[in-house]
Design a protein around this ligand. Structure first.
Ligand code: SF4
Ligand code: SF4
Length: 461
């Protein structure tokens, strides 16, 4: 049962309870002032407060009499204490539903080709030399133009996704001006991002993507320095790929004329965990941290048994704190504190969809081209020509209702406002997709507080 706080300072009895959306650290010693603090973070308001242990004891032990009225007001404003009348779960779910309903971005994730040069051993996709046909491309453009006309959008965002999207450059070249035209007819801003393995991201292709094809964000995967990366992200013929990809990334981030940010994703499992810091060093040595960001992601099942080699959630969360600190000290700005996550992913968002190289439509980025999901993929919602509902896709789309019914742990989790539930598909597949932040959020809070007290110019030693 949640502790209760009673405020009698104004002569009336008002009852409060500690919000369910709270994370509090253990006591932290500030060596400069020799004082001890508790850091309280409201995942609902995103506010973090430093309080003394005695204030924390009062909050958590219902001893309202010791709390100053001003402190009480601050705690209320930060949603650290709330009225017991508040149905906080419903408030968050309503907030999420409202964000989905009012979204003004139409997000279309397009897979121009089913081909990929790499043979990553954890990939669940089956690759084939098929590209979205001209007929299907035209239907895709008509479909997107129709969706733009019917909605109240201000932005059309395209995600070029794979297979390896840069092997479908001809489709990207043909589709981009048509999509930009459809977008401008509705006075919408057009933007595009590409998620690529980076092997074909040469100087010419990168320049074309950014200067001619409206791409303003490029995500490349590097699973460690050469030895680790090449052991798993090799070509289908087993050849190494790191050197070429790194050279491509280096050229882009060093090229001051190319207005694009590069995000490096590093997939981690038991085999490459001890090489992540070396990758951070190698990237930091490029001295282009202002053009580059990086994040880490645990390997998970992709309709296969890739999760067999994954670290335990506790191991991953612990190691991630080392990588985040190391990245910070090498002058990256890794996201320590999670932001709001009202829309968990396209599965719950009717303003988003994925179209695969065969014109099939999905509401999940990990469903297409995975043989484990059937010869006729049971997540497919039909094609761009003939819609057809899929009970599996509907199930993913009902995720918020499922949380409301208490079907998943998210219903009672303090991280829900900043996590959103992580991945409807994994929950429905019987996996627990909680992000590492659920386990290391207290360490993140302490680190964020410590970093905010360090002069950025003096921390690189
Ligand atoms: S259901 Fe999971 S895998 Fe599918 S789009 Fe959402 S987060 Fe991604
Ligand atoms: S996915 Fe995990 S961390 Fe996220 S809200 Fe659900 S239970 Fe919490």
């Amino acid at each position: 049962m949640l502790p209760q706080i009673t405020n009698r300072t104004n002569g009336q009895e008002t009852r409060y309870i500690l919000s369910r959306y709270i994370v509090a650290t253990d006591p932290v010693l500030d060596k400069n002032t020799n004082t001890t603090h508790i850091i309280i973070f409201s995942t609902r308001s995103l506010r973090a407060l430093l309080v003394s242990p005695s204030v924390w004891n009062s909050i958590s032990s219902t001893n309202i009499e010791t709390l100053d009225k001003n402190i009480l007001e601050v705690l209320l404003a930060a949603k650290i204490i709330v009225s017991p009348e508040d149905n906080e779960l419903e408030i968050i779910l309503q907030r999420n539903r409202a964000a989905i309903a009012s979204s003004q971005t139409l997000y279309e994730c397009l897979q121009p080709t089913a081909l990929c040069q790499l043979g990553c051993d954890y990939c669940g996709q089956s690759h084939r030399p098929d590209t979205l046909s001209h007929n299907d491309q035209d239907t895709v453009v008509e479909r997107i133009a129709g969706r733009l006309r019917q909605g109240s959008y201000t932005t059309l965002e395209i995600g070029w996704f794979g297979g390896e999207p840069l092997l479908g450059m001809n489709a990207i070249r043909r589709l981009t001006p048509l999509l930009q035209n459809a977008s401008s007819l509705q006075q919408c801003k057009y933007r595009a991002r590409v998620v690529t393995n980076g092997l074909r991201l040469s100087k010419d292709i990168a320049t074309e993507l950014v200067c001619d094809l409206g791409v303003d964000e490029i995500e490349v995967t590097l699973d460690g320095p050469a030895d680790s990366h090449d052991a798993r992200r090799h070509t289908k013929g087993g050849k190494p790929t790191f050197a070429r990809i790194f050279e491509n990334v280096e050229w882009i981030v060093k090229s001051s004329q190319l207005p694009v940010n590069v995000t490096i994703r590093c997939n981690v499992d038991r085999r490459n965990a001890d090489s992540v810091s070396r990758l951070i060093d190698q990237l930091a040595d490029l001295e282009s941290q202002d053009r580059m960001s990086l994040y880490f992601a645990p390997i998970h099942s992709w309709g296969n048994d890739a999760d067999a080699l994954c670290l335990s959630r506790e191991e991953y969360a612990h190691l991630e704190m080392e990588w985040l600190s190391h990245a910070y000290f090498r002058r990256f700005s890794p996201p320590l504190m999670p932001g709001p996550k009202p829309i968990v992913c396209m599965a719950v968002n009717p303003h988003a969809e994925l179209i695969d190289p065969f014109g099939n439509v999905f509401n999940c980025t990990e469903a297409p081209m995975v043989p484990a999901y059937g010869e006729i993929n049971f997540y497919s919602r039909g094609t761009v020509r003939i819609p057809e509902e899929s009970p599996h896709a509907v199930r993913l789309g009902a995720f918020l209702d499922d949380i409301a019914k208490g079907r998943f742990d998210c219903a009672s989790c303090p991280m829900l406002p900043v996590c959103g539930g992580a991945c409807p598909k994994q929950w429905n597949d019987g996996h627990i997709p909680c992000p590492s932040a659920k386990l290391n959020i207290k360490d993140r809070l302490i680190l964020a507080w410590a970093f905010s007290r360090i002069d950025h110019d003096t921390h690189s030693t």
